[in-house]
Write a protein of this length. Structure first.
Length: 444
């Protein structure tokens, strides 16, 4: 059995009931097969793949908090410190009822390669809890965040592990957690990114993942002779990534006709009204059913359905495995040119293969959505030098990072005979840097 197959089998056996983690490991290891085969004896001797696929540390803890009626609730908190070969652990905290150790491990594993691709010195980590902020009062969210940070603060720090936001963890939650960290540890330091601008946050961090997704998509299409201007785009999700992807796409002259949340989706043939969307989701924290009040001509549908709409470009920006083989078939039948992942692993392995086999330009999340963590790293730089850069400076750094990242993955794919396969390109380019650092640092 090849080294890659051996490690995939071992990971599946030793980590049962973690299908998302298996999926992420399989995708990465399959696509670095070429480079592993070339270096098999040294990688095997150093157990490089086993070390890469096993987190350096996994922390699981109880989070007890009291609701507005005096009832005590218990949630589970996680932090997976996956790999620190190229820098302090960096990766978001997800607050969603679906969170479990397998989900956090898949996200942490992906984060290693994504962070490497940014070209910045950040290792991979991820965390979160099965707490659901939806429907909770601000005071209840604060109670949870303080309880969560009371334990997490023992394991993180500006030079060890720097968490950020993710699903369910926005500016409000970051603020409460930062306040609690500062109170307990007695230091004002850049321990979290995505902070408010008045206390060390970076301009453009809110917009970064969505904007970065569009910068990369535009560059990739340009290199294939396609102008994004005038194109029709379908987007899923209506959260942080989706909103700013829609905003930047409209600025570039494209027309985004869909968005969705976990209960339904909107089709607006005139182009999604991003001001209305921000009001509904960022200010009022309402469901997408409200969208029709702002745009009566738009359609609202219950359930899933975004990928049934014909488009030139599809940007899945909601959650993992939200675009399956049937969706991929519908997109190809509708003439889609490109699928770029705003969310983490939103496309199933089967759907990815179908899209690639049908000539669709497919960019995986670890490359396409890296703008968020890249800007988080820029926030860390600003915190270290105690300065705040202008919007223009951060935005222009973000754009350069995304353009450079695209060429990096494109070149890596070409070097390994997989021209145009950006899954292979991203995994190889991300892996090369981390592997080199791990080999140089000995067996630690
Ligand atoms: P948000 O919580 O802001 O938004 C998530 C959106 O996806 C919401 O519209 C939510 O709907 C929807 N959604 C979540 N879970 C499901 C589900 N199970 N089924 C259908 N819809 C769902 O999160 P973000 O925008 O920050 O994150 C979206 C994705 O992007 C995630 O995969 C995240 O890991 C990834 N990402 C985020 C980055 C960031 O900077 N924020 C950086 C890189 C990647 P509802 O509100 O109804 O739950």
């Amino acid at each position: 059995m090849s080294y890659v197959d051996e490690v995939i089998a071992r990971i599946k056996k030793e980590n049962p009931d973690e299908p998302e983690f298996h999926q992420a490991v399989t995708e990465v290891l399959e696509s670095i097969r070429g480079i592993v085969d070339e270096n098999e004896s040294s990688f095997r001797r150093d157990a490089l793949l086993e070390r890469l696929c096993n987190p350096e540390r996994q922390i699981k803890f109880r989070v007890s908090w009291i609701d507005d009626k005096g009832q005590v609730h218990v949630n589970t908190g996680y932090r997976v410190q996956f790999n620190s070969a190229i820098g302090p652990y960096k990766g978001g905290l997800r607050l969603h009822p679906s969170v479990n150790i397998g989900i956090i491990k898949f996200l942490g594993f992906e984060q290693i390669f994504k962070n490497s691709l940014t070209g910045l010195p950040i290792g991979g980590g991820k965390g979160g809890s099965d707490f659901d902020p939806k429907g909770k009062s601000d005071r209840e969210v604060m109670a949870f965040c303080q309880a969560f940070m009371s334990e997490l603060c023992k394991y993180i720090g500006a030079y060890t592990d720097v968490p950020a936001g993710d699903i369910g963890m926005g500016a409000r939650e970051i603020g409460y957690m930062f306040g609690q960290y500062k109170k307990l540890r007695g230091v004002f330091e850049g321990v979290l990114t995505g902070k408010g601008k008045s206390y060390g946050g970076s301009l453009v961090r809110t917009e970064a993942t969505g904007y970065g997704l569009l910068y990369l998509t535009e560059e990739m299409l340009r290199c294939h002779g396609v102008d994004i201007k005038g194109k029709t785009i379908t987007v899923s999700g209506a959260g942080n990534v989706a909103i700013y992807a829609i905003e930047k796409a409209a600025e570039m002259g494209a027309r985004v006709v869909t968005c969705s949340d976990s209960t339904g989706w909107v089709y607006d043939p005139d182009g999604i009204d991003v001001t209305a969307l921000k009001e509904i989701k960022e200010v009022r924290r309402q469901r997408l059913t409200e969208y029709k009040k702002y745009r009566p001509s738009a359609e609202y549908h219950e359930g899933r359905g975004v990928w049934s709409v014909k488009s030139d470009i599809a940007l899945p920006c909601a959650t993992q495995n939200e675009l399956d083989i049937e969706d991929a078939k519908a997109l190809v039948a509708g003439g889609v040119i490109a699928v770029c992942e705003g969310a983490n692993m939103p496309t199933t392995l089967e759907a990815t293969k179908y899209l690639q086999d049908n000539g669709v330009y497919f960019v995986p999340g670890k490359a396409a959505n890296a703008g968020g963590v890249a800007t988080s790293a820029l926030e860390m730089s600003q915190n270290s030098e105690r300065l705040a850069w202008s919007f223009e400076r951060v935005d222009s750094e973000l754009k350069s990072i995304m353009v450079r990242l695209y060429h990096n993955i494109d070149n890596a794919a070409k070097r390994y005979g997989a021209d145009g396969n950006y899954v292979v390109g991203a995994n190889i380019a991300g892996f090369e840097k981390v592997a080199k650092a791990m080999m140089a640092q000995g067996i630690v």
